[in-house]
Design a protein around this ligand. Structure first.
Ligand SMILES: *[C@@H]1O[C@H](CO)[C@@H](O)[C@H](O)[C@H]1NC(C)=O
Ligand SMILES: *[C@@H]1O[C@H](CO)[C@@H](O)[C@H](O)[C@H]1NC(C)=O
Length: 136
């Protein structure tokens, strides 16, 4: 039974299933900016892509908020990511002339929100579960 469960899980996770994500850049199309109307059929039509499979990396959805100091511009980029920053849902990349606030997520069209809530909820639930089960 357990073997079957893990085999199924592996089949689902490792299959040729291609995640789909919003792909756009507010510098080219202001509809890509926040607040983002993820439910809008027009935006889905225009921006949703199936991420190209990559032999080395598993694709995920990514949202990058780029704060450019030179002209004070803020750009939002949504795309498929391949090289993941481990252990963080969101993180910041800083350099002399910009901040990049990057969020990564793993479900279809998830690169929408300003901050990603689901993993925090999941972490919270698993913490509660851990406390519950260690006490039982
Ligand atoms: C896989 O993704 C990495 C990182 O983006 C890229 O450097 C590499 O060329 C990709 N490989 C293929 C086969 O697309
Ligand atoms: C991510 O977390 C795991 C488990 O805590 C740890 O083993 C791993 O080294 C971490 N990876 C990075 C890149 O920090």
């Amino acid at each position: 039974m357990k073997v079957f469960f893990f085999a199924t899980l592996l089949a689902v996770v490792g299959s040729s299933y291609a995640i789909q994500c919003f792909e756009c850049n507010s510098a080219r199309d202001s509809a890509c900016s926040d607040p983002f109307s993820a439910e809008s059929p027009a935006l889905s039509e225009a921006f949703v892509v199936a991420c190209a499979p990559n032999a080395t990396y598993k694709a995920f959805c990514r949202k990058t908020k780029m704060s450019l100091f030179l002209n004070g511009e803020v750009r939002i980029q949504r795309d498929c990511g391949y090289m993941r920053r481990e252990n963080y849902t969101c993180y910041q990349q800083r350099s002399e002339d910009h901040f990049f606030d990057v969020c990564q997520c793993d479900t279809d069209n998830c690169n929408t929100a300003t901050s990603f809530q689901a993993p925090i909820v999941a972490a919270f639930v698993s913490t509660i579960a851990a406390v519950f089960f260690t006490r039982a």
